[in-house]
Write a protein that binds this ligand. Sequence first.
Ligand SMILES: [Zn+2]
Length: 463
Amino acid sequence: MVRTGVYCRISSDRDGDGLGVAGQEKKCRELAARLGWTVVDVFVDNDRSAYSGKPRKEYLRLLAAMRGGELDAVLAWHPDRLHRSPAELEEFIGVCDEGRLLVQTVEAGLFDLSTPTGRAVARTVGAWARFESEHKAARVRRKMEENALAGKRGGGGPRPYGYEADRLTIRGDEAAVLRDLAARFLAGESLTSLARWLNDTAVSSVSGALWSMATLRGILYSARISGQREHHGQIVADAEWPAIITKEQTARIRAILDDPARKSARTPRRYLLTRLVCCHRCNRPLIARPRGGQRRYVCAAPPNGYGCGRTSVTAEPLEDIVYRAVLMALDGPGLQTAIASAENRDAADAHLLAEQMTTLAGRRDELGVMFARGEIDRATMLAGSRAVGADIDLLERRLAAITRTEALTHYVGDGGALAAEWSDLTGDRQRAIVRSVIERVTIGPATPGRHFDPNRVQITWRY
Ligand SMILES: [Zn+2]
């Protein structure tokens, strides 16, 4: 009697043949019957990654049974079921040699691992199986890279927000939301506040789940919505689908989101004037510090702050005064002219930078085309692409540094409109608006009496 162990393994690389574990076992048992061998044990591993190198429990049990003299022969569907690497094959050969075991496979016949020829055949078959698998992976990688450079859509996953499932057609309602989000984000509103707005107004996400900051960040950061193709986080080409927002907007959004300085300012702030209001004595910014349920701005002395510790002011009436001042300023002609000229300056700068970026992006596209035509090799293309990418990064950073007057433009000359909408605006948006016209608010010395004295407030305007 030939005591035979049958070994089956599921893996992703060859199951395209439709031969699962059940099929493998059936074929092996048929072969055993033909050879007159007796199947005494079946070993099954579920190991979907062909060369992952994770230990296979059942394979180890098989080796132990072979070493322990419990088996005379091993049957498998194909040699590549048994061994995933040359090292594994060598170990297997060693064990077979010791116990004088026979090895048969349905696909590749008998492996007589006791002879040099048999061992050479086994090694060759293993090497080719490995080559094929690696080659396939490289081919897939190359194909994906070519698609990216040609601006073609990538597959897989849920449909992107703003587009239909074909990934090419714009969804009008979602595109409108995206344009709104981009404009508001660039006007200084935070992701937290925008996510809250989406959830409050019941705008549906792709999955139907509530909007998280991470989802929102991913969408706004993605160059897809400005019609650009990314590959491994890099913008590599103009995409085959239409844009929803402009490239310039994407560049500025990414520069802002990449800015390490903003990471510290994540928590929602209930204080309108943080970092804007300062102490008349020491010139340090006042910090938010409520007392007895009342919101206050205080000059904090060490160790809590760097100030003199001698100024404090109740938040409510102070914020009210500043707000009214902003409304009045909006209606004044001086502010209108000042903002208009600042805007023109910014717009001119932004336009110039955007133009330079377009030129650079074009140069990067050209590299892709030259590579596709075979005029340059891959290394040259990648090196060139990296160099251009560095220049683009630089421009993006400069673009983000341009002052954000957008927060306000809507209301210039119309303080009434702002008054009507003010309480509906999120705290971030309110803050962005105040910040765009006011440089700082200095709090003067406290006056005797319990009431708030408006004369303590001195506003420095930006314009
Ligand atoms: Zn102070």
